[in-house]
Design a protein around this ligand. Structure first.
Ligand code: KG4
Ligand code: ZN
Length: 347
């Protein structure tokens, strides 16, 4: 089965052609355009600007992703129906509807958050099938993105249960808000990741214990998380220590921020692994691109003797290949009068 998939939930406009390949999903093409640079000066995505950019980008992105492929080989058209910003979602969903109608193909409805985890079924078409290892169920999945930080118990590809998540800000939001205080451009996750790696262990040891940022809810035994206090703590510390003028101590604090977030995610994932004893651990979402978090969760998987799966970097941030993967793994047919769902639930 071959699917043309569209992603337009926020500031990325993406299209991809994917096909089923064994028990996984192969990527024929994946094109991602972004309006992120237009939102930099506002420190976050401006809905009206993002929606206008979706309109501008959708056709060129689709044309590039379809390329020379035969339309009659495409079996279905999929789109992310939510969650996301209504103005942005409308562009992708209505474009998908128009194509499905004109080509007389089924229209598939995908949940963006679920797709971040289903990106773990993407396989490299060039690799030998015998090398491919795919997640086994039951699995524990952690989605860490700009809008969500949630744990799911995945009994099988269709049956998922929400088992915990953040009470307030998403972890990506914490990266972006802290980044703003550190004077880094939106989205700040990649810059915080890079700077953290540049601070050596010796330098990091200079940070006094009492000057360290809090690790919110780290000793709480549930899967509840909270990241809004971390942002406030960064703001307080920045005020107290005039960090904006001292780049060395600022960088040490940036590393501490990464350590704090990683420690919390590891502690919470550990609770989930102890409680649910899954056969695999899955990570997905924009924050899954973070090198420290990837490394730490891989190690945790090893401690529990279960494989850890995280998508290739290009399939962590918003992209349409994951929407296609979700459409193939978990097809849900939509009708032409279905609307985008800005608050769509995963389970
Ligand atoms: O999944 P995503 O692309 O969009 C949403 O669905 O929200 O996630 C975007 C988030 C942003 O908050 C961005 O700062 C964060 O992912 N991010 C990172 C890294 N790359 C992107 N956070 C930490 N480390 C990174 N390397
Ligand atoms: Zn996302």
């Amino acid at each position: 089965m071959k699917v043309l998939a569209i992603e337009s939930t926020l500031d990325e406009t993406a299209a991809s052609v994917v096909e089923s390949s064994g028990s996984g999903v192969g990527i024929v093409s994946s094109v991602v355009a972004s309006s992120a640079n237009l939102h930099v000066k506002y420190g976050g995505v401006v809905p009206e600007i993002a929606a206008r950019e979706q309109l501008k980008l959708i056709i060129p992105v689709l044309m590039e992703s379809i390329g020379e492929q035969e339309i009659n080989e495409i079996d279905a058209v999929a789109a992310a129906f939510g969650p996301g910003m209504m103005g942005c979602l409308l562009i992708g969903v209505e474009t998908a509807k128009a194509l499905a109608w004109v080509w007389n193909k089924p229209l598939l409805k995908v949940n963006h958050i679920g797709a971040h985890l289903l990106a773990n079924w993407i396989i490299d078409l060039r690799s030998q099938m015998s090398d491919v290892r795919l997640p086994e169920f039951p699995a524990v999945g952690l989605v860490a993105s700009g809008g969500h930080t949630d744990f799911f118990l995945m009994e099988n590809v269709n049956d998922w249960k929400w088992i915990g998540g953040t009470r307030d800000d998403a972890v990506g939001e914490a990266f972006d808000k802290a980044g703003r205080i550190f004077g880094l451009p939106y989205p700040a996750g990649p810059a915080i990741d890079k700077i953290s790696k540049e601070v050596s262990d010796e330098e990091y040891k200079e940070l006094n214990k009492e000057d360290k940022l809090p690790r919110p809810l780290i000793h709480d035994k549930t899967l509840d998380m909270s990241f809004s206090g971390l942002k406030a703590a960064v703001a307080r510390a920045a005020d107290n220590r005039s960090l904006i003028v001292d780049s060395r101590s600022k960088n040490i604090m940036i590393r501490d921020f990464s350590e704090a977030v990683t420690e919390v995610l590891v502690a919470k994932t550990k609770i989930a692994l102890e409680k649910y004893k899954p056969k695999s651990l899955l990570l997905g979402g924009g924050v899954a691109a973070n090198s420290k978090i990837r490394e730490a969760l891989k190690k945790l998987g090893e401690e529990f003797s279960i494989p850890f799966f995280v998508p290739e970097l290009k399939y962590c941030g918003d992209n349409a290949a994951m929407i296609g993967a979700a459409a193939i793994m978990r097809p849900v047919e939509a009708s032409f009068d279905d609307s985008p769902e800005p608050g769509m639930d995963v389970v």
